[in-house]
Design a protein around this ligand. Structure first.
Ligand code: SF4
Ligand code: SF4
Length: 158
């Protein structure tokens, strides 16, 4: 059993990216593309930034062919949240050349610089951050189990 100090140590690493390009080829949105267009036309800066960077795939099959791990990671998160997998739309970044060459790497948007923001997001299995996500999830489950045990012991004292 890990001690609490180790369990609470969930540092998110920097530089674990091996530049697979999977996240650039498989960005997901649950807002339909046409709705994003309307939001962008109404001046929504987030919708504008997203549409300036990403183009939707013509089909789910096309997205799976390009970024299978990113698609399944986003679908798993949708499942966890009780959302419909079918409502996800997948996109590819327009700045990506080939499989993994970012044409604006030095000036890439904050969204890319900060990916993945946390271990709770959709992180593809092939991603260099994935093992850390797994480790964090294991620690969180262990902490939950320990908390449940403490509550059980407390109830025995009452
Ligand atoms: S999926 Fe992970 S390893 Fe691949 S480019 Fe994105 S951050 Fe880097
Ligand atoms: S701007 Fe570059 S790093 Fe960001 S998604 Fe596009 S290709 Fe990937």
């Amino acid at each position: 059993m890990m001690d609490w100090e180790t369990l609470l140590e969930m540092r998110w690493p920097k530089n674990a990216c091996d530049q697979s390009g999977e996240c650039c080829r498989g960005a997901a949105q649950s807002t339909p593309w046409k709705n994003l267009l309307v939001q962008a036309a109404q001046g929504d800066p987030t919708a504008r930034a997203f549409l300036n960077q990403y183009q939707p795939y013509p089909s789910l099959e096309a997205a799976i062919a390009e970024a299978p791990d990113a698609v399944s990671a986003s679908q798993a998160i949708a499942d966890q949240r009780g959302e419909q997998e079918e409502s996800l739309i997948f996109y590819r970044c327009i700045y990506l050349q080939g499989k993994n060459k970012c044409q604006i790497y030095e000036d890439r948007p904050a969204l890319c610089r900060e990916f993945p923001e946390s271990p709770f997001g959709a992180i593809p299995k092939c991603c260099g951050y994935y093992p850390v996500k797994q480790d964090c999830q294991h620690k969180i489950q262990t902490l939950r189990d320990e908390l449940a045990e403490l509550k059980r012991l407390q109830s025995m004292l009452e």
